[in-house]
Design a protein around this ligand. Structure first.
Ligand code: UDX
Length: 424
């Protein structure tokens, strides 16, 4: 598989050649299909109007134009890509202005699966959302798609709405999820200042049914290809419709995330006697979450950038991330090109052996919650490190008491520092 996703290979192996086929013969496939899903990238615009915030729907438009050009019969065209609200009307206009005696119906069917759990999310989704025009043709098209999902999803979990609600729901779902992470992360900073414990707060707050337990895990910041992009898109939409206060409100979710990532790097530097220049620092985990090799918007990248600017020697261990992916994302998002940034290539070493990555290190930063980091031989790691040996846990992952017993100086997001507060 071109990507690491638990369970995906098994599904493809089982279905390929049966009811799953891969093809590059675009025109033939369009001609034969009854339902076509547009599942292309909609990256944040890098240039022009709305640069840095608006989503570029160029790829969706190109798909619509191509479908319109080659189709010889009626089609249902499904927007699967995450798009700004009202994109369907653009697709619809392109398709309808090219109709040649048959019809096109556009549906919105946003994807809610998360990386690392894509297969269970596919098999047992919380809900499937299908938006369509509230016309007899639109309703019939929506029903056709409902009947596809109904093969494995209970009908009551398949929601049908109008097109615009469906498009907007996807952005709102991601914004709400990210908002919860930013909310708990803002509290993590307050916990460190007051001696409260963020895990205890998450638990106490999450046990209120109205709030719920999930997505209250503090971290070094959220990453991934969706949260930031979708919120920026939402912010841009609010601005477009003159809703300045709404735009500002959602923008703060991102500002808090940036603060959390920066705060982590600053904590590393300030704890290590205000300098990491020339020191070996180990990053455990580079993916934006466990069980994926995806590094888009990963918080680890921002920590790496900050430590590089502080002239540290950085050793990275991640069980799934490829060095070339690390470089391309660093260049794309941080503008740090390893081929042209003096010293970058030499300053960053990627390791395949976690113990080697930690050997001689002054400090370890735990940045992705990979399960294997919970059971490492920390005594062995401690013995091989420069002293004092620091651990900065950005994922509340390891047994901090145990690590302190070994001799580490441990700093954890949202947890009181026992040297600063008594009775914690
Ligand atoms: C997200 C949405 O969950 C999914 O529905 C949508 O289809 C795509 O975007 P994904 O980005 O794959 O999925 O991962 P998710 O599990 O949502 O995590 C996003 C980021 O938030 C990760 O960096 C994760 O570590 C972080 N996170 C999540 C926290 O820091 N704390 C939490 O409690 C939950």
């Amino acid at each position: 598989m071109p990507i690491y996703e638990p369970g995906l290979l098994e599904v493809v192996k089982e279905c390929r050649g049966r009811n799953l086929f891969f093809s590059t013969d675009l025109d033939k496939e369009i001609e034969e299909a009854d339902i076509i899903f547009i599942s292309v990238n909609t990256p944040t615009k890098t240039k022009g109007i709305g640069a840095g915030r608006a989503a570029n729907i160029k790829n969706c438009e190109l798909c619509a134009r191509h479908i319109a050009k080659v189709a010889t019969s009626s089609k249902i065209v499904v927007e699967k890509s995450t798009v700004p609200v009202r994109t369907a009307s653009a697709i619809e206009r392109i398709l309808k202005s090219n109709e040649k005696g048959f019809s096109f119906e556009v549906l919105s069917n946003p994807e809610f699966l998360a990386e690392g759990t894509a297969i269970p999310d596919l098999m047992k989704p919380d809900r499937v959302l299908i938006g369509g025009q509230q016309t007899p043709e639109g309703l019939a098209a929506a029903e056709a798609l409902v009947s596809v999902y109904a093969h494995w999803v209970p009908r009551e979990q398949i929601l049908t709405t109008n097109l615009w609600s469906s498009e907007l729901s996807k952005l709102v779902a991601n914004a709400f999820l990210a908002q919860r992470v930013s909310s708990i992360n803002s509290i993590s900073a307050l916990c460190e200042a007051t001696g409260a414990d963020v895990s205890e707060i998450s638990r106490a707050v999450g046990m209120d049914d109205r709030i719920g337990k999930r997505f209250l895990m503090p971290s070094v910041g959220f990453g991934g290809s969706c949260f930031q992009k979708d919120i920026l898109n939402l912010v841009y939409l609010c601005e477009t419709y003159g809703l300045k206060e709404c735009a500002e409100y959602w923008n703060h979710v991102i500002a808090m995330n940036d603060f959390q990532k920066r705060r982590f790097s600053e904590k590393v530097v300030s704890s290590m006697f205000n300098t990491v220049t020339g020191k070996k620092i180990t990053l455990l985990g580079y993916a934006f979450k466990k069980d994926t090799g995806d590094v888009r918007e990963t918080p680890s990248m921002f920590v790496l950038r900050d430590l590089f600017n502080e002239q540290a020697r950085i050793h990275v261990y991640d069980p799934q991330v490829k060095r070339e992916d690390m470089w391309s994302e660093l260049a794309y998002t941080c503008g740090l090109d390893h081929t042209s940034t003096p010293g970058l290539e030499a300053a960053v070493v990627t390791e395949t052996d976690v113990y080697k990555a930690c050997e001689g290190s002054h400090g370890i930063c735990i940045l992705t919650e990979w399960d294997e980091f919970k059971t490492l031989d920390y005594q062995k790691i401690y013995d091989s490190m420069s002293k004092p040996a620091f651990v900065f846990d950005g994922r509340l992952l390891v047994d901090h008491k145990e690590l302190r017993k070994i001799g580490f100086e441990v700093h954890v997001i949202g947890k009181p520092d026992p040297n600063k507060f008594s009775g914690v």
